[in-house]
Ligand binder design. Structure first.
Ligand code: FAD
Length: 404
C-alpha cells in the first residue's frame, strides 16, 4: 500500500508542505499501534494521517536486532491492538524475524499509510498560533500537521557510558545495536558489559564461540525460571491500575528482576557462564582494569548498555527536559499540546515500550488527540463517521491481547 516517492504527494521536488491532520513519526510497533486507532477514529489514510519512517521496510527496530533474538513472551502476549500475533512455526517464543513479518502484515492488513525511507530531520512551529500547524521537515519534503505523534523509539540512540581510557583501547568496541551474532568473534576474548536481558542473552550465545567475561554495574538479578515476559506485562498492568486508582506505586517491571531466563540463558547458567564481575574502573590499551588493580586482556568490548530516546528531530521545539526526555502529561508534551510521544518507555506509559503494552497508550493518545482535533475552530476536515467494525475486528479487539 505504500506509494513510491515519485507519487505527487511525496516527491522530493515538492515545494509546498503537504497538509495532514496527524503526522506519526516512526512506523515501528508504537507508530503502527497509534495508526490503528487513528484509522478506527475515522481519519483518512494519507490525507488525514500519515506515517513517516526512516527504515527502508517495515519492522522498526526488530528488523535490526541480531538474528537469533527471540521474544521473552509467547505470541499471544506480544500482540498489537486488533490482530493477535500468529503463533510461530516450531517450538519456543517468536524469533525477531517473526515479529518483522507480523508488523509487515499488520501494516498491510490495516492499509496503514506509511512512507518508508523518509527520515524526519526536524519538527518546528509554523507560527505562534497554538492551534496552528507543526512543520515536519524530512528527507522527502515537508509536511504540515495539526498534531505530531513522535514514535521514533530508541534503537537509533545506543548508549555507551563513559569510562576512563575508552579512547585508548586498541581492540574493537561495539554496541549491542551493532551485534550480528557470534560468528565474527570465534576464539576472541570478549568483555560483555551490561546486566540486562541483552547482556545476558548476548553473553549466553557468545560464550559458546568466544572467551567471555561478563561485567555488570550491579549484581544481575534473575527472574525465576518459570517467569517470562507475561509476568512483566502483568506487573506493568498492576502498576498502571495502582497509579490510576491513586494507590502507592508498586514498582514497575524492574522490581521483578533484570533477566528473563529464556532457554539459552538457562543453558548458559548450567555451563557456569552466568557469573558477573563488577564494573571495571577503566579501559587500557589492551583490555580492562578494575579498581583493585586486577586486569584482563580483551580483543573486544561489547557494550550492552541500553538506549536513549531518539528525539533529535524534536530539538527545534526546545522542549528537552531532564535525562534527555520531554516532560509530558500522559503522552502529550506539557509545553507543546500539538506533540505526543509514544513508546519510549514507562515515562510515556507503563509498558509502552513493549509489543503488548503499547496498545493501551496508543488508544489513550488517539482519544486525546482526536478530541483536540474536533475542538479546533479552524479544523477544515472533520473526522468522518467511524467505519462499521468488522466481525473480525470485534472478535479480536475484545480479546486478552488487545489492551483496550
Ligand atoms: P522502534 O521499533 O525502534 O521503531 C521506531 C521507528 O522509527 C523505526 O522504524 C525507525 O526507523 C523510525 N525512526 C527513528 N527516527 C526517525 C526519524 N528521525 N524519522 C523517521 N523515522 C524515524 N518487547 C517485547 O514486547 N517483547 C520482547 O521480548 C522484547 N525484547 C526486546 C529485546 C531487545 C534486544 C530490545 C532492544 C527490545 C526488546 N523489546 C521487547 C522492547 C520493544 O519491543 C522494542 O524496543 C521496540 O522496538 C520499540 O518499538 P518502537 O516502535 O517504540 O520503536
Amino acid at each position: 500500500m505504500t506509494p513510491s516517492l515519485s507519487t505527487p504527494n511525496t516527491s522530493a521536488w515538492q515545494l509546498e508542505p503537504i497538509e495532514v491532520d496527524v503526522a506519526v513519526l516512526g512506523a515501528g510497533q508504537a507508530g503502527l499501534a497509534v495508526a490503528y486507532y487513528l484509522r478506527r477514529a475515522g481519519l483518512r489514510a494519507w490525507t488525514g494521517y500519515v506515517l513517516l519512517d526512516a527504515n527502508p521496510g517495515p519492522g522498526g527496530a526488530w528488523a535490526h536486532v541480531w538474528p537469533s533474538l527471540r521474544l521473552f513472551s509467547p505470541a499471544e502476549y506480544s500482540s498489537l491492538p486488533g490482530w493477535p500475533m500468529p503463533a510461530p512455526t516450531g517450538r519456543g517464543f517468536p524469533p525477531a524475524a517473526h515479529v518483522v513479518d507480523y508488523l509487515t502484515r499488520y501494516e498491510d492488513r490495516y492499509e496503514l499509510p506509511v512512507h518508508h525511507e523518509v527520515r524526519v530531520t526536524g519538527v518546528s512551529r509554523l507560527d505562534d498560533d497554538g492551534d496552528g500547524r507543526l512543520l515536519v521537515q524530512t528527507t522527502a519534503g515537508v509536511w504540515a500537521a495539526r498534531v505530531v505523534v513522535s514514535a521514533t523509539g530508541t534503537w537509533g540512540r545506543p548508549f555507551v557510558p563513559f569510562y576512563p581510557g575508552i579512547d585508548s583501547f586498541a581492540g574493537c568496541q561495539l554496541h549491542s545495536a551493532q551485534y550480528a551474532g557470534p560468528q565474527e568473534f570465534v576464539g576472541q576474548r570478549v568483555v560483555v558489559v551490561g546486566g540486562g536481558n541483552t547482556g545476558a542473552q548476548v553473553l549466553a550465545e557468545l560464550s559458546e564461540a568466544a572467551r567471555t567475561t561478563w561485567v555488570t554495574a550491579r549484581p544481575p538479578t534473575f527472574l525465576p525460571d518459570d517467569v517470562d515476559g507475561r509476568a512483566l506485562f502483568m506487573a506493568a498492568t498492576a502498576r498502571r491500575q495502582a497509579l490510576d486508582a491513586g494507590r502507592p506505586d508498586p514498582g514497575g517491571v524492574a522490581s521483578l528482576g533484570d533477566v528473563v531466563m529464556v532457554p539459552p540463558v538457562r543453558e548458559a547458567r548450567e555451563r557456569g557462564v552466568l557469573v558477573a564481575r563488577p564494573m571495571f574502573s577503566r579501559l587500557t590499551r589492551t583490555g580492562v582494569e578494575w579498581s583493585d588493580c586486577t586486569a584482563e586482556e580483551a580483543d573486544v568490548v561489547l557494550w550492552c548498555t541500553g538506549f536513549r530516546p531518539d528525539l533529535a528531530h524534536l530539538a527545534p521545539l526546545g522542549l528537552r527536559g531532564a535525562a534527555g526526555r520531554i516532560p509530558t502529561t500522559g503522552t502529550r508534551a506539557l509545553a507543546e499540546p500539538r506533540l505526543y510521544l509514544v513508546g519510549y518507555g514507562d515515562w510515556t506509559g507503563p509498558g509502552s515500550a513493549t509489543l503488548i503494552g503499547v496498545g493501551r497508550t496508543a488508544r489513550e493518545t488517539v482519544a486525546d488527540l482526536t478530541a483536540r482535533l474536533e475542538a479546533l475552530p479552524s479544523a477544515p476536515r472533520r473526522l468522518r463517521q467511524r467505519p462499521a467494525r468488522s466481525a473480525e475486528g470485534v472478535r479480536h479487539e475484545g480479546g486478552l491481547t488487545s489492551p483496550r
